[in-house]
Design a protein around this ligand. Structure first.
Ligand code: COA
Ligand code: MG
Length: 295
């Protein structure tokens, strides 16, 4: 199963308890909305947050933004109610926190079918526990199991720092092996992956550097906590004009009759193989999808 290409450059979290944020989300130029019932919501207002999210998603008005509800874990007092409410609200996806193993996703997928969730409702998985880092390959492989409906990983770097005691320092040297393991696990499972949040949302320079690092790692986009992070995030995760032009050029060159039988050619002094043309096709498809979104 190959998933359709969908821009997921930016995914903005907002607490379900914050009605103003849920309203503002309808006007923000963001690819995905992560409507949160979990970490960003205090226990005293879990019920309020759930009701507000259901009302907001049911009312709609989110246009082509992908709407995702993050529920509390099933082991908490709120998880089952969240899951039932989320199914009723019918977002694009449900984000499952603190996934440790494939069984955690299989259990929720089973409940989706028991509760009669629509077929196009997918699951996203928070990758944020030490167990998940050790089981990343098996969790990612759920992307190949249509019954589980897994389409995206979301790195939970704050929880990962808490649980492992590794530091989230500039450059993220301690996190890098886990981030890259999860990138490999996502690709092996044929799904997308979004980078963790950058907490210091006033630090523009630090944020830009971390976005650039995420791009280099192969992340499809980044999770965000504040609207001011959206624009610089899109700048980093959208293919540049140069990348698009290069992608078109190498594909056009391979398409010329004299190159029909060739596996490797020279373009502007560089060796280019058919795999580069394939990579270019993806760049063009993403750029087209972004342009289609904007119009
Ligand atoms: N989503 C939507 N709108 C948001 C937002 C968010 N995540 N964060 C801020 N805004 C809005 C505010 O409502 C405000 O709108 P207004 O001026 O039109 O009323 C505007 O952006 C400016 O907000 P600002 O005053 O700079 O921030 P704040 O002090 O109100 O909030 C945070 C700061 C960190 C509490 C807030 O950004 C937030 O809750 N972020 C998300 C946290 C979260 O979900 N974490 C879980 C995953 S890590
Ligand atoms: Mg978390």
């Amino acid at each position: 199963m190959t998933l359709p290409i969908r821009p997921r450059r930016s995914a903005l979290y907002m607490p379900g308890s914050n009605a103003r944020a849920l309203e503002k989300a309808r006007t923000l130029d963001v690819d995905c909305l992560l409507l949160d019932l979990e970490d960003a919501v205090a226990p005293e207002v879990k019920d309020l947050a759930r009701n507000q999210i259901v009302d907001a998603v049911t009312a709609g008005g989110y246009g082509n933004r992908e709407v995702v509800i993050r529920i509390n874990g099933l082991e908490t007092p709120w998880g089952e109610d969240d899951l039932r409410a989320a199914i009723k609200a019918a977002p694009d996806a449900i984000l499952v926190p603190k996934v440790n193993s494939p069984a955690d996703l299989q259990r929720i997928a089973h409940m989706l079918s028991v509760y009669g969730a629509p077929k196009n409702l997918s699951l996203w998985a928070m990758m944020e526990t030490p167990q998940a880092m050790l089981n990343a390959g098996a969790i990612g492989a759920c992307g190949k199991d249509a019954n589980v409906r897994l389409t995206c990983f979301v790195m939970g770097t704050n929880d990962l720092a808490k649980e492992t005691r590794a530091r989230l320092s500039p450059g993220r040297v301690a996190m890098t092996p886990w981030l890259m393991t999860c990138v490999a696990a996502a690709r092996a499972g044929g799904i997308d992956i979004l980078d963790g949040v950058y907490n210091a949302f006033q630090d523009e320079e630090g944020f830009a550097a971390e976005c650039a690092q995420g791009v280099e790692m192969g992340m499809d986009g980044k999770t965000l906590i504040h609207p001011k992070q959206i624009e610089p995030c899109h700048a980093a995760f959208s293919p540049s004009e140069e990348e698009i032009a290069w992608a078109r050029k190498i594909n056009e060159t391979f398409d010329q009759p004299e190159n029909a039988g060739k596996g490797a050619i020279q373009v502007d002094g560089k060796m280019v193989e058919r795999l580069h043309a394939e990579m270019g096709k993806r760049v063009i498809a993403i750029a087209d999808a972004i342009a289609a979104r904007a119009s």
